[in-house]
Design a binder for this molecule. Structure first.
Ligand SMILES: Cc1ncc(COP(=O)(O)O)c(C=O)c1O
Length: 475
């Protein structure tokens, strides 16, 4: 008898299709499986910093480990869980797709759910006319680069220093981080980087009229860098004057994150293209979108033989569209955009008070529930020596001395806002409660207070990380 690949000795055993049961059977092996078959370095990182706690459940803004301990997640899957994990409305919408036997991905038809989601998104950005759906944020960036070149007939793309737009080739070409770019070069030609918040540099870059698009995050995710009051308006105006498309990457800031549906609403600007992704997924089904002006779209899809000139097999799939439709519904029905504004204000005030009290806290900034706490060089003699030692060993390592005790002692999962960054970033779900805010404020206060004690457990942790030559975690 012939054996097939699945019958062969060593092939995985036949298995249950109950994924919850399968997870329970094998979750204890996750680190071993990953070391063996996936990214071994990620497992090393988790074990080194003690994050290998075997999360077993996620609900709302919380994660639970195998012992049932509850963690408050301020990372929210890099921003996808704006509604929290496993929101019942998203789950119900997705189940209804599976139960309805919809004619998904016919390809030689058009998707009804995509039509509905596009219609609803465009109501929220009424100055734009067309939508192109993608499977990720980076794919939305790729589409924007292609559309801008097609619409203008120009090659150049301008982006900002410290920008992050994704890791596929086009997106990486306009991302500013040597660690991400190194070993993958050469990247796309004709990409120019200028300082963020510098209209003079933008004007100079646009001067020769060979730039298709200026792509910018309204608040930079790496570092939580805010634009000056007149920056985005000024940039839009410069782009208009030079025939360059003004493209705003709201993949992280969009869908309520900053206390407005779109962050650009804080500064009253209307981009030519808007990129969204992350939260639109409801945390369940990857999805992204480019919202654009009609004249741009028409330059790409200008005749029948070009009807499929850009797209992707899984783009507009029913599960992704349902996740997007349900996400917009929950944002509205639960008033999450206003809630993010209110909760964020409370947290910002509490952190600003800490900045007054603690010399290591240099700045607190953000909007809504995208908040950065920047640490910096201390004044007092006893702290200076320890800080300098740590910084010399590895720039930005100090932030790990905040995030690791937050995780281990206070059950708060948070992140450093970029490579070699001194900024700890909060990106919680928009649903966090007043009690969660107390949890955040009290925990940060306790850990930051500890970091001002030399000698003390925090600086001992620093020594041990230096010994293991830990580098700060990316993203
Ligand atoms: C501003 C911004 N743009 C683009 C991306 C890339 O999105 P994705 O990871 O879905 O490809 C990210 C992801 O972190 C982002 O924050």
């Amino acid at each position: 008898m012939r054996t097939t690949a699945v019958d062969r000795p060593g092939a995985p055993p036949r298995t249950t299709m109950d994924m919850g049961a399968l997870f329970s059977q094998r979750e204890a092996d996750r680190y071993t499986m990953h070391s063996r078959h996936l990214n071994e370095q990620m497992v090393r990182v988790l074990k080194t910093i003690g994050y290998d706690v075997n999360f077993c459940r996620g609900q709302g803004p919380y994660l639970y480990d195998r012992q049932g301990a509850r963690y408050l997640d301020l990372l929210s899957g890099f921003g996808v869980f704006a509604l929290g994990r496993n929101h019942p409305t998203i789950q119900a919408a997705l189940r209804s797709v599976l139960d309805s036997e919809l004619p998904n991905l016919v390809q030689m038809d058009v998707s009804t759910l995509a039509g509905i989601l596009a219609e609803r998104l465009l109501v929220l950005a009424p100055y734009l006319d067309k939508v192109c759906f993608t499977n990720s944020g980076a794919e939305a960036v790729e589409a924007a680069i292609k559309f801008a070149r097609a619409a203008t007939g120009r090659p150049g793309i301008v982006s900002c220093e410290h920008a992050f737009h994704g890791l596929s080739y086009g997106a990486l070409s306009i991302t500013d981080d040597a660690i991400f770019r190194g070993r993958f070069e050469p990247l796309l030609p004709d990409c120019v980087r200028i300082p963020f918040n510098d209209l003079g540099a933008l004007e100079k870059a646009l001067h020769e009229r060979n730039i298709a698009a200026f792509v910018v995050e309204p608040i930079q995710g790496k570092g939580v860098n805010l634009p000056a009051a007149d920056y985005l308006k000024g940039a839009a105006e410069l782009c208009r004057r030079h025939g360059t498309l003004f493209v705003v990457d709201e993949i992280q800031t969009g869908l309520g994150r900053t206390g407005r549906f779109l962050a650009v609403e804080h500064w009253n600007v209307e981009p030519d293209m808007l990129l969204i992704a992350k939260a639109l997924s409801g945390g369940h089904v990857p999805v992204g979108a480019v919202l654009t002006r009609k004249h741009v779209f028409d330059k790409v899809f200008d005749r029948m033989e070009r009807a499929v000139v850009h797209g992707s097999t899984f783009g507009k799939n029913d599960l992704a569209m349902a996740a997007g439709i349900a996400t917009l519904e929950v944002l509205t029905s639960e008033g999450l955009v206003d809630k993010a504004a209110r909760t964020g204000e409370r947290l910002l005030q509490a952190f600003a008070a800490m900045a007054e009290r603690y010399e290591l806290v240099h700045d607190v900034r953000g909007k809504g529930l995208m908040i950065g706490i920047e640490f910096g060089h201390p004044q007092s003699f006893k702290l200076k020596a320890s800080w300098n030692l740590l910084e010399t060993a590895s720039k930005g390592l100090f932030c790990q001395l905040i995030t690791i005790p937050l995780f281990k002692e206070h059950k708060i999962l948070t992140q450093v806002a970029g490579h070699a960054s001194h900024t700890v970033k909060l990106l919680p779900s928009l649903t966090i409660s007043d009690a969660d805010c107390d949890w955040i404020i009290n925990s940060f206060d306790a850990v930051i207070a500890d970091s001002h004690r030399v000698p003390g457990p925090i600086w001992s942790l620093g020594k041990s990380l230096m010994a293991q030559s830990m580098r700060p975690l990316p993203k």
